[in-house]
Design a protein around this ligand. Structure first.
Ligand SMILES: [Mg+2]
Length: 193
């Protein structure tokens, strides 16, 4: 069975283990993506940075419940339970999925927690996620010289213009897919079969 590569990107309230999800995207390509905003994140955790870089980019107001489905392009706003159920339904259209994410420690745990832990994720999702940052490192494009250097600006590497919204989960996931295609070759997901 061939796995479909899906990029996961999340935005959340803080970089600590009690963090809560603000938004989440799953992205295969332009014809198949899932974008969710949560209305039950812990607003007391929000820093000015998160307000400015994440909350400002949200598409729906905090109290809204929303769902649009255009083929495999879904947008939803709701609480964790609502988003989890919709996401499981969206994922069920694939026979087998492998998840890729960028610096994925938080994203993957938060994804699993939506399903009550790693044993609860949908049966068709491979148990281990794969990391874009590790691919950059192995290609010699990330070479640590200090805490944040030398990193790669993902949007620059993807060749995306600056008006794209960094820290909008769907925009980030889209850029990360372009990066993976560039790093591993277009159609890498088929090459890896
Ligand atoms: Mg992001």
């Amino acid at each position: 069975m061939n796995a479909t590569s899906i990029i996961l990107d999340t935005e959340f309230t803080g970089l600590h283990q009690d963090t809560t999800l603000i938004s989440l995207a799953l992205y295969k390509d332009e014809s198949a993506w899932f974008y969710a905003e949560f209305n039950d994140f812990d607003a007391s955790q929000l820093s000015p940075w998160v307000e400015q870089h994440v909350i400002r980019l949200l598409e729906f107001s905090s109290s809204t419940e929303y769902l649009s489905q255009d083929g495999q392009r879904w947008k939803i706003k709701g609480n964790r339970m609502v988003v989890k159920q919709a996401m499981a339904e969206w994922l069920s259209s694939f026979s087998l999925v492998e998840i890729w994410a960028d610096v994925l420690a938080y994203d993957w745990v938060l994804f699993c927690e939506l399903f009550g832990g790693a044993f609860g994720i949908p049966e068709n999702v491979f148990y281990a996620p794969f990391d874009l940052a590790t691919v950059f490192r192995m290609k010699g494009l990330i070479v640590p010289e200090s805490r944040y250097e030398r990193d790669v600006k993902r949007f620059d590497y993807a060749g995306i213009t600056p008006d794209h919204k960094h820290h909008h989960a769907l925009e980030d996931a889209r850029a990360e897919k372009i990066c993976l295609d560039k790093l591993l070759g277009n159609g890498f997901d088929k090459e890896l079969q």
